[in-house]
Design a protein around this ligand. Structure first.
Ligand code: NDP
Ligand code: 2IT
Length: 448
């Protein structure tokens, strides 16, 4: 594992100085820059032509007020963001997150990651991210709708199928995308299907988009194991989170013969030694919008543990699918002691830098989020393709495309890691392969 190359040190310091207090953004930048030593030693022009500085500064950052009225008739004010980070490869593409923790530093870290993730998919999409500190928990459908409509009333002027194409992320699923699309259509008087992805199947959504991030994470995990002559079949798996990514990661891992025994939310975790009942999990989380404890209430084999860490549950394959920095060094040591062989980040940056180091040094197969969870945005790009051609594909065909894309992401990471002297290291492979692609495109476009 490489430390920061001295040539790149001043660039990192500039990022710290220009973006004070944005710890998650600093962390995401440092992880990429730490991988780039061998690249800039071989290709000095990336430094000389200021590609690193350009990449670390978003092309555009939007920050605006979202006023809305709650069910009691009180006016509420939230803050919303859209960071349009890099459009060298295509229109800005990336999700919207609604969570009380959202601030500019989180949106920037996510937007920065998205540039590289999107490049890894091989699809023509640039990187962006957005969101709000609005908390959808405990809000009525009508409140969520009024918030989404108000947010889009400002955001619409910055979007377009050739400009910027949001989708979901934490707290933003099919319901929110529907309200956002409805308002966009109303304001613009255009049925511009390709302006948002993650749409419902009834109005231009793609098969497999709902499942894509979780499925893709598992496909990537299978590829890593396959490269070592192993497979997921019969493996004990723990997933963190119990939202969109976690549910479909659990579903696909089980379909491939794994034994998925635990998942979590921010209040605790559930252990189910009979194997998670994914249909029940979907009912509890997607239909009833309940807490994970309600799953245990409805299933005798399951136990809910309030608080605590889901990573205390023994497993061979760990799939962190909740949020950033949820898996720390203590958890990594526990997983290693319990015999973990593979960790794949379904979430964005869920492992702290210390945890990542422990896995990489411990010879655990480790897939960084920008590779492992790229299936979601890749299927968004497939949704855009279908919208552009006014077509809709079958589930089987779309899933096959997703599988091929994840095999391609794995291949790109593995090849770059080999070429730059870090074989088997998917972190450096992902960062190097995507950096070179984006940097070359930027240089071709001139100083813009
Ligand atoms: P959801 O909102 O559907 O689910 C999020 C899950 O993570 C919930 O179980 C939630 O628990 C838990 N969680 C969220 N914040 C915290 C926190 N601060 N502490 C502990 N648990 C938390 O989101 P998604 O499943 O869509 O997203 C999960 C992760 O995957 C995120 O990192 C996202 O950026 C990433 N991702 C999502 C993609 C997508 O297509 N949706 C694509 C690629 C990556 P609780 O309900 O208690 O808050
Ligand atoms: O982090 C991510 O890749 C997403 N939230 C999905 C982005 C998208 O545009 O589908």
């Amino acid at each position: 594992m490489s430390a920061l190359d001295p040539v790149l040190q001043p660039h990192y310091e500039t990022v710290l100085a220009r973006n004070p207090g944005e710890q998650e953004f600093h962390q995401a930048v440092l992880e990429v820059l730490e991988s780039l030593g061998p690249v800039v030693r071989k290709h000095r022009h990336y430094v000389d032509e200021a590609v690193i500085e350009r990449l670390c500064e978003p092309e555009r950052q939007l920050l605006f007020r979202v006023p809305w009225t709650d069910d009691q008739g009180r006016v509420q004010i939230n803050r919303a963001f859209r960071v349009e980070f890099n459009s060298a490869l295509g229109p800005y593409k990336g999700g919207l997150r609604f969570h009380p923790s959202v601030y500019l530093g989180i949106v920037k870290f996510l937007g920065f990651e998205q540039i590289f993730k999107n490049a890894l998919t091989g699809m023509p999409i640039g990187g962006g991210k957005g969101g709000s500190d609005f908390d959808p928990k405990g809000k009525s459908d009508a409140e969520v709708m009024r918030f989404c409509q108000s947010m889009m009333t400002e955001l619409y002027r910055h979007l377009g199928e050739y400009t910027d194409v949001p989708a979901g992320d934490i707290g933003v699923g099919g319901r929110e995308i529907g309200y956002l699309f409805g308002q966009y259509k109303r304001i613009t008087n255009r049925y511009e299907s390709g302006v948002l992805t993650g749409k419902g199947l009834a109005y231009g959504g793609s098969q497999v988009r709902t499942e894509a991030t979780g499925y893709g994470t598992v496909f990537f995990t299978e590829e890593m194991l396959k490269a070592r002559g192993q497979s997921l079949s019969g493996r004990r798996v723990v997933v963190s989170g119990s939202g969109n990514v976690a549910i479909y990661a659990a579903q696909k891992a089980a379909a491939l013969g794994a034994h998925v025994v635990a998942c979590s939310d921010s209040s605790g975790y559930v252990v189910d030694e009979d194997g998670l009942d994914v249909d029940l999990l979907k009912q509890v989380k997607e239909v009833e919008r309940q807490r994970i404890s309600a799953y245990a209430d409805q299933r005798r084999a399951a136990t809910f543990v309030a608080g605590g860490s889901v990573w205390d549950v023994r497993c061979e394959v760990a799939l962190p699918c909740a949020t950033q920095n949820e898996l720390d060094t203590d958890a990594a040591r526990t997983l290693l002691a319990n015999g973990v062989v593979a960790v794949a980040e379904g979430a964005n940056m869920p492992c702290t830098p210390g945890a990542t180091r422990i896995f990489r040094e411990g010879a655990v197969l480790f897939a960084p989020g920008k590779a492992a969870n790229a299936g979601g945005v890749a299927t968004s790009a497939l949704e855009m393709q279908q919208n552009a051609s006014r077509d809709s594909w079958s589930f089987a065909h779309t899933e096959e495309r997703l599988r091929d894309i994840m095999v391609g992401v794995h291949e790109r990471c593995a090849t770059a890691a080999d070429e730059y002297g870090t074989p088997g290291d998917y972190v450096s492979g992902a960062n190097i392969s995507s950096f070179i692609q984006v940097a070359d495109a930027m240089l071709s476009l001139g100083v813009v």
